[in-house]
Design a protein around this ligand. Structure first.
Ligand code: MSP
Length: 511
């Protein structure tokens, strides 16, 4: 039976245009989705937009447009960004769709039937920007007296009738879950944050609002709309066809991994498993949190005018170059700063020089000295074997890193092999062997081609277009580009297309 794998990104709020932070989580999840497909899994990869709630309603009002048309426009823009980043999602979910309303309604019914929902009155602090409730003791006070959430979002006092979810009653079961599934939350910093939050005791959670109407109506309570986070989290079930448990995609549930930004782990690792346990549904296996990007050392903000549209970066540097940079520059769970200097250096040193030149040097020697035909294997020296062993170990080494989302280390492992291959070609000097020992030259070039094949195969999830071109030049048929295919040696004597540089150096345009 084919192994299946279900992964998700957060669904993005449609209160403004997409920026590089959104693109980052989607690209990271995309790398994982492509990796799992390469490794023979049947993958379901879901992303989309989070369209209800006060924040979106206010943004629509500010734009002078009704919320539905407003969300239609911005959701389409997010979808365009997703395409532009080469994200290979299998579905695009919008929380304003009928299928999602049906799913939320059923979840509400199940949680009510379980005795976990009751009607009460909410009185407390709310931050519209975070769509989150805060306790008094979490807030700070600005010099001008305004109160602020830990995220920096302004809060206001809310007082309204509300349905509550009995979250407090789930504390022990949540702690048991974290204890028995140490990999449920990653990285450790996020796990520790969640643990201390839950150990500190949980309050029941307000899960409906009555002071605005842009949301999914609560069943049998037309004055209430569901709290936007409850609505949003449920999207992960909607994508699998729930409540229709005979739907073709239902077998994907539970999710193998939810990719989230670190600021929303609490929602995914506390509220979400509690909702699911209450509804009697299996729990996701992992919530993995990415750290935050700033730009040239500054937090992105409209007022600073430094918000990056990822599509602009792609136009300037190229898609695969940007994808590579994002995954290579910082550890997935840590924070980092996007800098123009850093992007150019990664492109020119690692892509153009280390990898691009290695391929170009090896393949042009094949073109020039082997009549453009892939040479056969021959007796291996210790150096040949060492390079081939390191290259052939990559799939297994990367499997481990990808499952932990340590993408930058995965890339570093590939680059170790690339650097070894560069040392190898310099020491073996196949251009000189062309005059002294043509047979040995063929063997050396074949070792390089075989190593490049593994490198290009495992790098496909990161840089799909460039690696497809590299594999074309190595003459690897389209069907033979999976990890499993690496177990079968390439045929000898195949004519290769003329080599062409895959990664041009980035040269600053003249002012
Ligand atoms: N709608 C909620 C998520 C609901 S999921 C059931 C939401 N949306 S959001 O539009 O604010 O997107 C937040 C996500 O975008 C973050 O969790 C993170 O994945 C990504 N990022 C937004 N800004 C970011 C950076 N500056 N850096 C890295 N990622 C960031 O929260």
């Amino acid at each position: 039976m084919t192994k299946s794998f279900y992964l998700t990104t957060p669904i993005y709020y449609v209160n403004g245009a997409p920026h590089i932070g959104h693109a980052y989580t989607s690209v990271a999840a995309d790398v994982m989705a492509r990796w799992k497909r390469l490794d023979g899994y049947e993958v379901f990869f879901l992303t989309g937009t989070d369209e209800h709630g006060q924040k979106v309603e206010q943004a629509a009002q500010a734009a002078g447009v009704d919320p539905q048309s407003y969300t239609d426009g911005i959701s389409a823009d997010f979808r365009d960004m997703t395409r532009a980043m080469g994200v290979s999602n299998d579905d695009w979910i919008r929380t304003t769709e009928a299928r999602h309303k049906a799913c939320c309604t059923e979840m509400w019914r199940r949680m009510t039937a379980a005795g976990d929902i009751y009607l009460g009155h909410y009185e407390g602090w709310y931050a519209v920007r975070d769509e989150a409730f805060y306790d008094e003791n979490e807030l700070t006070t600005q010099p001008d007296g305004t109160r602020m959430a830990p995220s920096g979002a302004p809060v206001s006092w809310v007082r309204e009738p509300s349905y509550f979810f009995r979250l407090a009653a789930w504390q022990d079961r949540l702690l048991k879950l974290y204890d028995s599934h140490p990999d449920f939350i990653a990285p450790t910093s996020s796990r520790n944050e969640v643990l201390s939050f839950v150990r500190g005791g949980l309050n029941d959670l307000s899960i409906s609002r009555t002071t605005f109407s842009w949301g999914i109506p609560v069943p049998d309570a037309p004055d209430h709309v569901m709290y936007v986070w409850m609505d949003a989290l449920i999207n992960y079930l909607t994508g699998c066809g729930f409540p229709d448990t005979t739907a073709p995609r239902w077998h994907y549930w539970p999710a193998d991994v939810h990719f989230v930004g670190k600021e929303i782990t609490r929602f995914h690792a506390v509220y979400w498993p509690a909702f699911l346990m209450s509804a009697g549904l299996p729990l996701p296996k992992r919530v993995t949190a990415n750290g935050w990007w700033v730009v040239e050392g500054e937090k992105m903000s409209k007022s600073l005018g430094n918000v990056i549209d990822p599509r602009d970066l792609v136009r300037t540097y190229g898609l695969d170059q940007v994808r590579y940079y994002l995954l290579r520059e910082k550890p997935f769970g840590g924070d980092g700063s996007i800098t123009a200097k850093g992007i150019v250096s990664r492109i020119n040193v690692e892509l153009a020089n280390d990898l691009g030149n290695l391929a170009q040097r090896s393949l042009s020697l094949v073109a020039r000295n082997c009549g453009g035909v892939r040479p056969g294997r021959g007796p291996a020296t210790a150096e040949d074997t060492a390079l081939l062993l390191a290259a052939n170990a990559l799939p297994e080494v990367l499997r481990r890193h990808m499952d932990q989302q340590t993408f930058h280390e995965a890339l570093e492992e590939v680059w170790k092999v690339i650097r070894s291959a560069n040392g190898y070609i310099d020491r073996q000097a196949p251009w000189a062997l062309n005059r002294t020992d043509k047979t040995r030259m063929g063997v050396v070039l074949r070792v390089l081609v075989d190593s490049l094949r593994v490198v290009a195969t495992v790098l496909q999830p990161f840089m799909p277009d460039s690696m497809a071109r590299m594999l074309d030049q190595i003459g690897v048929p389209g069907d033979d580009r999976t990890l499993a295919a690496l177990n079968t040696p390439l045929a000898d004597g195949i004519a290769l297309p003329p080599p062409q540089g895959v990664f041009p150096r980035y040269v600053e345009p003249a002012a």
